[in-house]
Structure formats: structure tokens, C-alpha cells
Design a protein around this ligand. Structure first.
Ligand code: SF4
Length: 326
């Protein structure tokens, strides 16, 4: 560790002032403290925002859901409204990390977490995300867990969050507050693909604070769920995952929301799969045909070619689980 300043914000106003002066926000600390220990990140000032009033889960006027940025992962997963309206969110959270971490980590921190690429966390390795222009050790290195979608020459790291995959599928919005006021940004635009600047991971401005994530209302009845495929049954990141929500009325799929995790540099929305489902009747053949489209555009690396087939099977299986086989 190294010396740094630590302050606790007594109000949102105080936090924003400290953020504007370059302070880094910290709440659960489950990612940032690790990165500081490994000297991957070296913030000079930490601003503890854990006392701010951003811990509510509320149903919006239109019947969507607003989850405060400081709601703990465990609390969000167990919340009756989350469980009732969007089981896919509860399941994604419960399949994340360990119980101890879920009791500390927050929703805002979860979507801000940084990649688990081992080269990123090894300060002796070349890594464009940690040190722009230094190269990417993963491209020619051990890249079994890396991305097959949304990659660039500069970076092939996956986004590690599970719940962000559910948010991407449901087309959630991130609410931000900053020196210039409040704004909202679609989850899909908030998390950035690496391109030539993999060091820039979120569309967040200096001093801005995530205040909430809002999930829009969707037609009911809505069935949803999250499937995670990984090397071991707990406390492991996804090799592939699928978040699926389906609205079926009169025996026909009227709405389909599908995204994949563990395969993209950001949570990977699957519009081609969704289009294939809408207007059709659930059937085994439909799930298989729709899932075939999940890996469109994939560019596997030497050690992760298996993810192409695994992704299709993961999506197919989760479509079957959520949609049934009628
Ligand atoms: Fe760094 Fe990205 Fe390459 Fe990993 S994949 S070494 S995070 S540039």
C-alpha cells in the first residue's frame, strides 16, 4: 500500500465537491481496495460515499424499478420487488462473487468494477488498459477467459459483472449526478468497448456519481432468468452467461430481451436473437435457431474458441428454461 487521503462525505453535495477536486469515490471497496493493494490503481484521495442516501429500491410510476447505487448486492437480490418483477436481476446477483462480498459490494460499484484479466492486475505485464500504449499481453498470452465479441487490437478483456448483463438485456438506464447536474445514460452507452482507448471504460465524467440504475417497465406477464457457466460452481467469473426475459401472450412471444456475459468486452446485447424470437411461438426448434445467432461477429483468440459454441448452448438452454418447450 501507499499513502493516500481518506474522507467521508456527509452529503451528496460534499461528495460532489470532493469528486470535482479529483477524489475517487469508494463505497463497498471490494474492487478498488484490491486494485490499490496491487498498485494497479493509486488514487491520492478516497471519498467514502457509503453514508449517502442512495440505498432505496423503488417501483417507478410506470411500473419499472429504480435501484439506488448504494444498495448492497445481497439486499438488491433479496428485495421482494426485484424478485417479483425481475428475477433475472436477483439470479445474476446471487450467482456473483461470494456471500461476504455481496454483503459489502454495491450496485453502483458492481457496474464500475474493472476487468479480471490477469495481465491487467500484474503490474509487470504489458497492458493497454492499465498503461496506454504498452501493448496487450493477453493477445499472444493465456487468453482462455477473454472476450470473443467487441474486442479491438488494443484490448480483449471481458467485463466481469453479472448483473450488468441483466441490466443490458433489460435496457436499463444509469442515473448520474455531477458538477453539471443530473443526467441519464443507457447502460449500453455507459460501458465502453475498448477501441483504441481501453483505459476508458465508462462514459462517466470527472466528479460524477452514479445515483441509481433504472429498469424500464416491461409488458406483463414477464418470465426472466440468468444462467452462468463457469469453471467451478461458486465464486468464479462467467465463461459464458445468458440473461433472458420473455413476454408471451396468446402463445406468441411479444417481447424478448437477451444479453450474454463472459464473452464481450462489455455486457453483450443480442438483438439478432431477440428479433428471431419476436412474433414466434415457443418451441425447441425456435430456441435452437435463435441461439445460433448469439455468436454472430465473434472473433475468438487462440485459447477461447470453445466460447463460440458454449455461448450458443448457454443462450439456447436459458431460452428453454425461461420460455418452456410448448
Ligand atoms: Fe490489458 Fe486488455 Fe490486454 Fe488484458 S486484454 S492485458 S486488460 S489490454
Amino acid at each position: 500500500m501507499y499513502p493516500f487521503t481518506f474522507t467521508k462525505a456527509a452529503s451528496t453535495h460534499e461528495a460532489l465537491n470532493a469528486g470535482r477536486r479529483g477524489g475517487r469515490y469508494i463505497a463497498g471497496g471490494t474492487t478498488l481496495v484490491d486494485l490499490m493493494r496491487e498498485t494497479v490503481e493509486r488514487p491520492e484521495t478516497l471519498v467514502d460515499i457509503s453514508g449517502l442516501p442512495l440505498r432505496e429500491v423503488t417501483v417507478t410510476e410506470r411500473g419499472g424499478l429504480r435501484i439506488g447505487a448504494l444498495v448492497r448486492m445481497a439486499d438488491a437480490a433479496a428485495h421482494p420487488k426485484v424478485r417479483a418483477l425481475y428475477p433475472v436481476i436477483s439470479e445474476a446477483l446471487e450467482l456473483s462473487a461470494s456471500a461476504q462480498l455481496r454483503n459489502m459490494a454495491t450496485i453502483g460499484g458492481n457496474i464500475m468494477q474493472r476487468t479480471r484479466c490477469t495481465y491487467f492486475r500484474d503490474v509487470t505485464a504489458d497492458c493497454n488498459k492499465r498503461e496506454p500504449g504498452s501493448g496487450c499481453a493477453a493477445r499472444e498470452g493465456h487468453n482462455r477467459t477473454h472476450a470473443i465479441l467487441g474486442t479491438s487490437e488494443a484490448c480483449v478483456a471481458t467485463h466481469p459483472s453479472d448483473v450488468a448483463v441483466a441490466f443490458a438485456a433489460l435496457e436499463a438506464t444509469v442515473h448520474l449526478m455531477g458538477p453539471d447536474g443530473e443526467r441519464r445514460i443507457a447502460c449500453a452507452d455507459f460501458l465502453l468497448r475498448p477501441g483504441s482507448t481501453p483505459n476508458r471504460e465508462q462514459a462517466i465524467r470527472q466528479g460524477e456519481l452514479i445515483t441509481a440504475v433504472e429498469i424500464p417497465a416491461l409488458p406483463r406477464p414477464l418470465k426472466s432468468g440468468y444462467l452462468k457457466v463457469r469453471d467451478r460452481q461458486s465464486y468464479e467469473f462467467a465463461l459464458t452467461s445468458a440473461a433472458v426475459a420473455l413476454h408471451v401472450r396468446g402463445g406468441v412471444i411479444r417481447e424478448a430481451k437477451v444479453a450474454a456475459g463472459g464473452v464481450g468486452t462489455v455486457p453483450w446485447k443480442l438483438p439478432a436473437v431477440e428479433r428471431h424470437l419476436i412474433g414466434e411461438r415457443p418451441s425447441e426448434a425456435l430456441w435452437t435457431a435463435a441461439a445460433e445467432k448469439a455468436a454472430e461477429g465473434a472473433r475468438p483468440l487462440e485459447h477461447n474458441r470453445f466460447k463460440v459454441e458454449l455461448l450458443k448452448r448457454t443462450v439456447e438452454r436459458q431460452l428453454r428454461i425461461v420460455g418452456g418447450t410448448k
